[in-house]
Design a protein around this ligand. Structure first.
Ligand SMILES: *Cc1c(COP(=O)(O)O)cnc(C)c1O
Length: 481
């Protein structure tokens, strides 16, 4: 499998890259996002042969073409098996019907940090460790988080000798559960940093580290945010999993996806390109509705981020959307690079009427404000006896509004456990959800984090010092006569 950047050709002709390269790099050097030069194809007969497989075997078959010979078969199976053994249920992603409505909840939150990001990150952490160990290398992850990504990334790489992770979060601005899911991980390679600033400040600090190329190369900086194609790959699996349970390849299925960076729903789009019969997608937004406005008007225009009850969808620009735009620009990397540069400076990007009509055949989009979100949580509990979190509630409400054909089952992706957002759930339903048993003592556990002022030089010094300390014993023993 060969990978290209969405901006390929915009800065000379890059060498073709394999899976390990793009996994370690995250973002392409030309500023684009990686994706496969061609989608692997599964015939109807091949999809039919997947029926009844367990989650891990299905994952192996769906992802195998993407990794090529980066891992031998036995190793790849072992990494998948270990990643999903960390989930609370052997089913990994249980599919639950909502009465006989034809709606189904796909529960993606049974991993260690209770959000769907575990599905991809538990595997990515292991793949990174495997590759770095084989190469005798070390990598440093620097990331910024407003909530779910930080804990999922930390949980994915804790205790690995090949990786250090520095996670920046805005001090006092993440929920207590989210903060504690990060700061109670006391592993030596985990560095939690409470920044005196906002989430945007944290993101700017992380970006500044990557933009200092000498610093970036010295520490082999790696990004595990949702632009890493390996995450998209792992998310494709559960679209196959749900569709197979609902009659694929004979019957089509629709999906409703609460969206932020467009990574999750893009994985569904990939599954469709690979041959899975998906009738359409509902892209759900909260009041930060840049995507919904795009699908309505063909114009993408940035605006201020407003805080909502579904904080993991509070975004200004959906970074993964560039992968879909790549197809809308007929896979012309040069034209897309120009469009993205102009979008960065003007805050606006437009596609033509024909292109818009094409994408609207496959995507419906909508928005739900906080009042609607609370109402949807109450409605789902009353009607179907299911407590859902505020992100899932967006997908649930919009699924009902965008049911194109009631004969086609519609799967709502349940992206977080309700106990991750207890205040919103209690407000909507009057019942406070309880953390699952394995996290029940989270509020009593010891926390560790470092404070940092909003200053990139201070951050770089901290990373330099920590890495020197960790490397010191080994280098001393090497120079000893
Ligand atoms: C990250 C996240 C989302 C948004 O997913 P994208 O891939 O960024 O579109 C939705 N819900 C929850 C709970 C999340 O953590």
């Amino acid at each position: 499998m060969r990978y290209i950047s969405t901006r390929h050709g915009s800065q000379g002709t890059p060498a073709p890259l394999g899976f390990e390269d793009i996994m370690l790099a995250g973002l392409a050097r030309d500023g684009g996002l990686y994706l496969p030069a061609e989608w692997p194809q599964f015939s109807k007969a091949e999809i039919a042969a997947m029926q009844g497989l367990g989650y891990t075997e299905l994952a192996f078959r769906v992802m195998r073409p993407f990794v090529g010979d980066s891992f031998d078969e036995a190793t790849f199976r072992r990494l998948i098996g270990e990643a999903y053994a960390s989930f609370e249920t052997p089913e990994v992603a249980p599919l639950k019907p909502l009465g006989d409505s034809g709606l189904h909840l796909l529960e993606l939150f049974h991993g260690p940090t209770l959000a769907f990001k575990d599905v991809a990150l538990q595997l990515l952490g292991r793949m990174l460790d495997q590759t770095l160990t084989a190469r005798g290398q070390h990598a440093t992850i620097v990331g910024a988080t407003s909530g779910d990504t930080g804990s999922a990334a930390i949980e994915a790489v804790r205790d690995r000798k090949t990786i250090d992770i520095f996670m920046l979060f805005p001090k006092g601005r993440v929920s207590e559960v989210q903060r504690r899911q990060m700061t109670t991980v006391l592993a030596a390679n985990v560095h939690n940093i409470a920044v005196q600033g906002t989430f945007d400040d944290c993101q700017d600090l992380a970006k500044a580290c990557f933009n200092d190329l000498a610093f970036r190369d010295r520490h082999a900086l790696t990004a595990v945010n949702s632009i890493n194609f390996a995450r998209v790959m792992a998310q494709i699996v559960y679209y196959f999993w749900a569709a197979l349970k609902l009659g694929a390849p004979e019957r089509p299925v629709a999906f409703s996806v609460p969206s932020g960076n467009f990574g999750n729903v893009y994985a569904g789009y990939a599954a469709k390109q690979m041959g899975l019969p998906i009738s359409h997608f509902v892209v759900g937004a909260n009041s930060n509705d840049i995507l919904a406005r795009f699908f309505e008007s063909g114009t993408m225009k940035t605006s201020e981020v407003v805080p909502t009850l579904s904080p993991s969808m509070d975004i200004q620009i959906s970074s993964n959307f560039e992968r879909l735009l790549f197809d809308l620009y007929d896979r012309n990397g040069v034209a897309l690079a120009e469009a993205m540069t102009s979008f960065r400076s003007t805050g606006t990007l437009e596609v033509g009427g024909n292109v818009l009509a094409g994408v609207r055949e496959l995507f419906d989009a909508g928005r739900l404000d906080d009042a609607g979100t609370l109402a949807a949580m109450a409605d789902c509990l009353k009607r179907y006896g299911e407590t859902i979190d505020p992100h899932t509630a967006v997908g649930y409400a919009l699924a009902q509004q965008h049911r194109r054909d009631t004969a086609i089952p519609m799967v709502v992706l349940a992206t977080a456990h309700p106990a991750k957002f207890p205040d919103a759930v209690e407000k909507a339903t009057g019942q406070r959800p309880r953390l699952p048993a394995r996290l029940a003592d989270l509020l009593e556990r010891t926390e560790r984090s470092d404070g940092l002022r909003n200053d990139v030089e201070a951050l770089k010094s901290m990373i330099d010092e920590r890495r020197e300390m960790a490397a010191a014993p080994a280098s001393r023993s090497k120079v000893r006569p």
